[in-house]
Design a protein around this ligand. Structure first.
Ligand code: ADP
Length: 256
């Protein structure tokens, strides 16, 4: 028991040491699945990389990892070096990606209980050779369970970005995630509204879907950092694993 405790303390210290080489650490959360958390993580990473920053992504969505797919990296494997596991580099901007999916055979689900997931996550972060980075972006799993708790506890974050869609149901779940982050003394940097509106490709008319996100932002005194439309092109670039080629930067001028 004592030995286990000591091992955990050492892992946590190792994580903290690694994080001192990373200037900014941001977690992308939502509480709800399927709202575009991974897409937002990828677009944010590309935004910083286009400004010439060194960027890494930790895919902490162990049970539904999708970052490798967005960057076309599903068949890649991280190499090991004396500093630990080397993240896989994306083809265009050399974003340093680490995902549990690199270690699991295709199509196989990870079936772990909370304590096991926590241990693997800590091992994973501590033994990755992140190097010097300007930004590490953490793609969180949905929910407010063990992984988000571990990330919020172990990684000294600048803050979290919440991803919402303009639906009341999403807003009420994102609200829980906001409260969770604040309870754990983590700043919420703002909300990204995904699938915010739809622009008709033929007539250019814009249809907006609802105001639940702006109401949520007002209630918690938060900024809406970016609004991303529901767009066929974006889905296509993501599905094809070429999100780095997607031209529009929704984070331009966002003060992040
Ligand atoms: P999450 O990480 O929250 O589970 P994903 O980022 O994996 O969500 O997105 C779920 C699906 O929705 C993906 O197929 C993605 O390509 C698609 N998607 C996300 N955002 C948009 C958008 N703004 N327009 C069109 N498709 C989107």
């Amino acid at each position: 028991m004592q030995e286990k405790k000591q091992e955990k303390i050492e892992l946590e210290e190792q994580i903290k040491r690694k994080m001192t080489h990373i200037k900014h650490r941001i977690a992308v959360m939502s509480g709800k699945g399927g709202v575009g958390k991974s897409t937002v993580t990828a677009l944010l990473a590309v935004h910083f990389a286009r400004q010439g920053r060194l960027v890494g992504i930790l895919d902490a969505d162990f049970l539904g990892p999708s970052i490798p797919k967005l960057f076309g990296l599903e068949r890649k494997k991280p190499l090991s070096s004396i500093d630990g596991l080397e993240p896989v580099l994306t083809s265009k901007y050399a974003i340093r990606v680490m995902s549990l999916q690199f270690m699991t055979p295709e199509g196989i689900a990870v079936v772990w209980r909370g304590p096991m997931i926590t241990k693997v996550l800590e091992d994973f972060v501590a033994h990755t050779s992140w190097g010097n980075l300007d930004y590490l972006i953490v793609d969180m799993p949905p929910g407010t369970g063990d992984v988000p708790i571990t990330v919020l506890q172990d990684i000294p974050l600048d803050g979290t970005i919440m991803v919402a869609t303009p639906h009341d149901l999403t807003a009420s779940i994102v609200e829980r995630a906001i409260n969770m982050a604040r309870t754990m003394d983590t700043e919420v940097l703002g909300i990204v509204e995904n699938m915010s509106y739809y622009r008709c490709p033929e007539c250019g008319r814009i249809a907006r879907f609802g105001s639940s996100t702006s109401l949520l932002a007002r209630k918690y005194g938060l900024k809406v950092i970016a609004s991303i439309p529901l767009e066929e092109d974006l889905a296509r670039y993501c599905d094809a694993g070429i999100v780095e080629e997607y031209k529009t930067d929704y984070f331009e001028g966002s003060e992040l």
